[in-house]
Design a protein around this ligand. Structure first.
Ligand SMILES: Cc1cc2nc3c(=O)[nH]c(=O)nc-3n(C[C@H](O)[C@H](O)[C@H](O)COP(=O)(O)OP(=O)(O)OC[C@H]3O[C@@H](n4cnc5c(N)ncnc54)[C@H](O)[C@@H]3O)c2cc1C
Length: 494
C-alpha cells in the first residue's frame, strides 16, 4: 500500500456503488480522495458488482426517460409503455411496502433526488439498458412496471466498470486489500481519519472527513444469527463475502445511533443448489423471481404464500424469508406448459425437475405425492375465470383458498410440469446507522458526529419488512453524491 504520507481531504471506506459515487462527488467538489477496498482488486465492488444494476427512480412520463437511452429510434420508443412514476408515487411505494415505517425525511430525499442523481451518473459515464425485471416484451409492446425501467448496461458488473473508469479519470486513489480497522478521533469525539490494515501492515490515515460506505452485515453468520434470528446463520449469501459488518460495529461503538429494522433484511428465493456465498461468475443469476406465475409449495407439498400478491418487484425481497420459515428451509416453484415460457432467463442456470404428471413431479422432488396432488386439486378448484395478463396485476385470482393467489392464477393443468427448488438467499441487511438528509452520521444524542458521513447498506431507517426493487442502488447513489459533496466541504476546511 502506498504510505499515506500526505493527508487526504476525504477517505471513503468501501468500494461499491455508494462508495464510488461518494468518492466521485467529493472529487468533483475539489477534494483529494482516498478509497479503501477491503477486497483484493479482482473481487472489488461489493454487492453492487453482483447486482442486477436496476435503479428505481422517479420520472414524469416517457420524455424524461429519453435522455438515458439516446441510442433508441422513434420507432423503438413507440412500443414502450412505462407509465408515470412521480416522486410521490415512489415515496408512497416505499411507505406502503415498509408498513409506513421508513424514515420520512430520508425517503423524501431519496425519491426527490432519484432522477437528478441518475442524470448525474449518466454524466459520469454510466450507460443504461431496459430492465427485463417485471417487464413483458410481446414484440409489439415493451411494457414496464412503472419505476422499474432502467438497469446499468451489463448490470452490476457494467455499473462498477463505469464507476471505476470514472474514478480512474478523476485520479482518485484506490487501495485494495485495505481494511478499515478503527477510527482516528480527536479529543472532542470528531473523526479525523481511519486505521487501515493491508497485507503490508497497519497504518493510520488522517483525513478531513470520512465516508462510511462499507455495506451491511449480511455476510457475517454470527451477526445474522444475533440480529436476524434463528435460521439466518445458515442462509445463502447472494453477494460479496466481504460485507461482514465490522465498520458498522465500530460506528456503533463510536456512538452512532442504530436505527431501522435490525431483525429485517432483503432476502429472495434463490436456486436451492446455489453456492453458500455469491459467485462472481453467476452474479445475480441464481435469483428465482418468476414465482408469481407459479404455485410455490414446501417439502410437505403445501402452499404457504400468496404468490400473486403484487408485482414481483414489491414482493420478492420478503419472499426469501417466507421460504426460510418452511420445513427444511426449502420450497419448489411449479409451472406448467402455459407459464414456463414466462420464466426469466436466469432460470437457465438451474436444473428443474420435469414430469408429465403431478405424481411424477412429486416423486422427482421427494415430496408426498398425495399431498401435492391435493394442493394442486384445491388450487385448481379455486381458480376464478378471467383474463391472464403477465404484464400487470390482472386480478385473476382464487376464491376460498388459503393462502389465496391474488393475481396470475392460471389452472395448473397442462403438462409437462416443471419445478425449480429454491432456498433463502440474503441480499442485504436493513438495520444500520442513522444519517440525516445531508448524509451526516447522527449519534445517540441526535447530534452529527463531526467528520463522519455514511451512505448505502451501512445506513438504517430506509427499509422495513420489505422493499421496492431497485431502491438499494438508488439509495446508495443519492446519499453517496450528497455525502461526497458534504464531506469534501468539511474535509477541505480542516
Ligand atoms: C445478487 C444481488 C443483486 C442485487 N440487485 C440489485 C438491483 O438490481 N438493484 C438494486 O437497487 N439493488 C440490488 N442489490 C442490492 C444492492 O447491490 C445493494 O443495496 C448495493 O449494492 C449496496 O451498495 P453499497 O455500496 O452500500 O455496498 P457494497 O456494494 O456491498 O459495497 C460495500 C463495500 O465495502 C467494502 N468493505 C466492507 N468492509 C470494509 C472494511 N472494513 N474496510 C474497507 N472496505 C470494506 C466491501 O468490500 C465492498 O467493496 C442486489 C444485491 C445482490 C447481492
Amino acid at each position: 500500500m502506498p504510505r499515506t504520507t500526505s493527508r487526504y481531504d476525504v477517505i471513503v471506506v468501501g468500494a461499491g456503488n455508494a462508495a464510488l459515487t461518494a468518492a466521485l462527488s467529493a472529487s468533483q467538489a475539489g477534494a483529494r480522495v482516498l478509497v479503501l477496498e477491503k477486497a483484493p482488486e479482482a473481487e472489488r465492488g461489493g454487492n453492487s458488482r453482483f447486482s442486477g444494476g436496476l435503479f428505481r427512480f422517479a420520472y414524469d412520463g416517457i420524455e424524461e426517460l429519453k435522455p438515458f437511452r439516446r441510442d433508441l429510434s422513434a420507432a423503438d420508443w413507440d412500443r414502450v409503455e412505462a407509465g408515470h412514476y412521480d416522486t410521490d408515487r415512489y415515496y408512497q411505494d416505499i411507505m406502503r411496502v415498509t408498513q409506513g415505517q421508513a424514515d420520512r425525511q430520508l425517503s423524501l430525499k431519496l425519491t426527490g433526488e432519484s432522477y437528478s442523481t441518475l442524470a448525474w451518473m449518466t454524466g459520469l459515464g454510466v450507460d443504461w439498458d431496459w430492465t427485463s425485471l417485471w417487464s413483458v416484451d410481446s414484440g409489439e409492446l415493451l411494457r414496464f412496471n412503472p419505476g422499474a425501467v432502467l438497469e446499468a448496461r451489463n448490470k452490476g458488473v457494467g455499473l462498477m466498470e463505469s464507476l471505476y473508469r470514472a474514478v480512474g479519470l478523476a485520479s482518485i486513489d484506490v487501495v485494495y486489500g485495505a481494511k478499515m480497522t478503527a477510527f482516528l478521533q480527536d479529543g472532542d469525539g470528531g473523526v479525523t481519519g481511519v486505521r487501515i490494515r493491508t497485507p503490508d501492515g497497519t497504518e493510520d490515515a488522517p483525513a478531513g472527513a470520512v465516508v462510511l460506505a462499507s455495506g451491511g452485515f449480511e455476510a457475517n453468520a454470527e451477526m445474522r444469527a444475533r440480529y436476524l434470528g434463528p435460521g439466518w446463520d445458515q442462509v445463502k449469501v447472494r453477494g460479496t463475502k466481504f460485507n461482514t459488518g465490522e465498520t458498522l460495529r465500530m460506528a456503533l461503538e463510536l456512538g452512532a445511533k442504530p436505527v431501522g429494522h435490525w431483525q429485517g433484511c432483503h432476502a429472495t428465493p434463490v436456486d436451492g443448489d446455489s453456492a453458500p456465498v455469491g459467485d462472481l461468475r453467476l452474479t445475480d443469476r441464481t435469483n428465482r423471481l418468476s414465482y408469481p406465475y407459479s404455485i410455490m409449495v414446501n417439502v410437505l407439498g403445501r402452499r404457504f404464500i400468496d404468490e400473486g400478491e403484487d408485482t414481483g418487484g414489491y414482493t420478492y425481497a420478503k419472499t426469501g424469508r417466507a421460504v426460510l420459515a418452511q420445513p427444511g428451509a426449502m420450497a419448489y416453484q411449479i409451472f406448467d406448459a402455459k407459464t414456463v415460457h414466462l420464466l426469466e432467463e436466469r432460470y437457465s442456470t438451474g436444473a428443474p425437475v420435469v414430469s408429465e404428471t403431478i405424481e411424477g413431479l412429486a416423486g422427482g422432488l421427494s415430496i408426498p405425492a398425495d399431498a401435492l396432488a391435493q394442493t394442486v386439486a384445491e388450487y385448481n378448484a379455486a381458480v376464478l375465470p378471467g383474463r391472464f395478463d403477465p404484464a400487470v396485476k390482472d386480478g385473476k385470482g382464487t376464491a376460498g383458498l388459503e393462502p389465496p393467489k391474488s393475481n396470475w392464477a392460471l389452472l395448473l393443468d397442462t403438462p409437462p410440469y416443471t419445478a425449480y427448488s429454491v432456498a433463502c438467499g440474503i441480499t442485504f441487511t436493513y438495520g444500520g446507522i442513522q444519517i440525516d438528509t445531508q448524509a451526516r452520521v447522527i449519534d445517540t444524542e441526535d447530534n452529527p458526529v463531526p467528520g463522519l458521513y455514511a451512505t448505502g447498506e451501512i445506513t438504517g431507517g430506509f427499509f422495513f419488512h420489505n422493499y421496492p426493487g431497485g431502491t438499494g442502488l438508488m439509495r446508495g447513489a443519492v446519499f453517496g453524491r450528497i455525502a461526497g459533496a458534504n464531506a469534501a466541504a468539511e474535509g477541505a476546511g480542516k
